[in-house]
Design a protein around this ligand. Structure first.
Ligand SMILES: NC(=O)c1ccc[n+]([C@@H]2O[C@H](COP(=O)([O-])OP(=O)(O)OC[C@H]3O[C@@H](n4cnc5c(N)ncnc54)[C@H](OP(=O)(O)O)[C@@H]3O)[C@@H](O)[C@H]2O)c1
Length: 407
């Protein structure tokens, strides 16, 4: 029997503890399948362990502390000392990817991070390994389970954003401070990682424009249901004329869209390319045991020897003004001519309307429209003008709509 592979575990919180348990349960089976039995060489927590001593004892370092300090320092030291590293830390990879990949390359070791995006759904492995030979045109999906849970809950109960957030916190799907999730920053970090891998180009966090779900109103979801739409927080990384665009935004999907049925704290990622048409992967996006399973899967991949190929295609421009289709929700005075004036502003800005729902409510009315795709700058200019119309009774609300056709 060959020597065990010794693992230094940095962090033993939700994921670290589940990882520790999983090693205890699965070590023998992995030993048989991969040829070497994993064992924990040492654990570092705030209250326990010494990093240098753990590094000396380990062949693979598993970073499950979170945050960027001291995680970055420890991971760099480990890579430079010739240790393979597995991490679930999306901020670390999104912010310091260049530095970390360089350090791994220089030392000839592997840096794996499957759990950093979409939990146990194997999107990183599929993009880096299964699809390494093709030119990916678009990677997009639901990469934040907290917001997907909140939006699903709003749609099924009609409750407010604040009530659904509270429920997510009670169930452990949202943290006490949910701002990174609900504001879109968490999804943005994951999309930066996916874009980097899919397009072989460095993508900084600042290259990703993002919006969250905090402004979504229950009646947006209710009206959109009438139009056959469901609401998701989507991350989209795609090739565009002259470069790439990487964005996170709430948007409506038609019922036939493959991501429309993804409910609750689940994640789903689609990859498109002419060669493969499209692939959809979905599953649990978080959770201690699920994430630990992805981390241990990375350890097994390291034991099997082969590092993923890095396809670097050089720098690509970030394209910002792109075309989108929008849903527009207006609260207006209920009197003749209102629709015509709104239509006039849209028409002058070359924004064309695809469908309209109009509802009278006493002396107020709701006007809910879906536009055809047009350059976003053109739509926002029309929106600015609409906001000044004197019959408006509240701030206009605009949400993107994905019109794409699927096979
Ligand atoms: N939870 C999930 O479902 C999930 C899903 C996907 C990815 N992730 C990622 O997995 C990582 C770990 O998340 P988690 O939820 O397990 O976090 P957690 O429960 O907060 O655990 C963090 C662990 O790291 C230790 N630690 C933190 N700072 C340290 C420091 N300066 N020195 C030494 N030890 C330190 C903590 O020590 P103490 O025990 O002494 O406090 C704790 O054991 C994060 O990068 C997170 O983004 C988590």
């Amino acid at each position: 029997v060959s020597d065990p592979v010794r693992i230094g575990l940095l962090g033993r919180g939700t994921v670290g503890d589940a990882f520790h348990e999983l090693i205890a349960q699965r070590a023998d089976a992995i030993g048989v399948a991969a040829g070497r039995r994993p064992e924990i060489a040492g654990v570092l927590r705030r209250s326990e362990g010494d990093f240098e001593a753990i590094l000396d004892e380990s062949e693979i370092v598993v970073e499950l502390m979170g945050g960027t300090e001291p995680a970055l320092e420890y991971v760099l030291l480990a890579l430079r000392a010739g240790r393979h590293v597995v991490t679930a830390n999306k901020q670390l990879i999104a912010q310091f990817g260049d530095q970390l990949f360089d350090a791994a390359r220089m030392s000839g070791v592997q840096l794996r991070f499957e759990a950093a995006v979409a939990g146990v759904v194997p999107v990183i492995r599929v993009i880096q390994e299964s699809l390494a030979a093709i030119e990916i045109t678009k990677v997009f999906g639901i990469v934040n389970g907290t917001t997907n849970f909140i939006l699903s809950e709003m749609a099924s109960t009609g409750a407010s954003y604040a009530d659904c957030l509270r429920r997510a916190q009670e169930l452990g799907y949202a943290e006490a401070d949910p701002s990174d999730d609900v504001g879109g920053a968490d999804a943005a970090a994951k999309m930066a990682i996916l874009a980097r891998l899919a397009f072989g180009t460095p993508v900084a966090l600042g290259d990703v424009s993002y919006e969250g779900i905090t402004e979504i109103q229950p009646d947006d979801i209710a009206y959109a249901k009438e139009l056959g739409l469901s609401l998701k927080l989507l991350g989209v990384a795609e090739r565009r004329e002259g470069g790439i665009s990487v964005r996170v935004f709430p948007c409506f999907l038609y019922a036939h869209h493959p991501l429309a049925p993804i409910e609750g704290p689940f994640n789903a990622v689609m990859v498109q390319a002419p060669t493969i048409t499209e692939i959809t992967m979905s599953g649990p996006g978080a959770g201690g045991v699920e994430t630990a399973a992805a981390v241990l899967g990375d350890v097994v991949s390291i034991l099997s020897g082969k590092a993923p190929v890095h396809v670097a295609r050089g720098s690509l421009e970030i394209v910002r003004d792109i075309s989108s289709s929008f849903y527009l929700h207006l609260e207006v005075a209920d009197r003749p001519g209102v629709l015509a004036q709104v239509a006039d502003v849209l028409g002058r800005n070359e924004v064309s309307v695809q469908s309209v729902v109009q509802r009278g409510m006493g002396d107020e009315a709701r006007l809910v429209m879906v536009m055809h795709e047009c350059p976003e700058s053109r739509f926002f200019k029309a929106l600015e003008e609409i906001a000044t119309l004197e019959f408006l009774r509240g701030q206009p609300r605009a949400i993107r709509v994905i019109e794409e056709e699927f096979v």
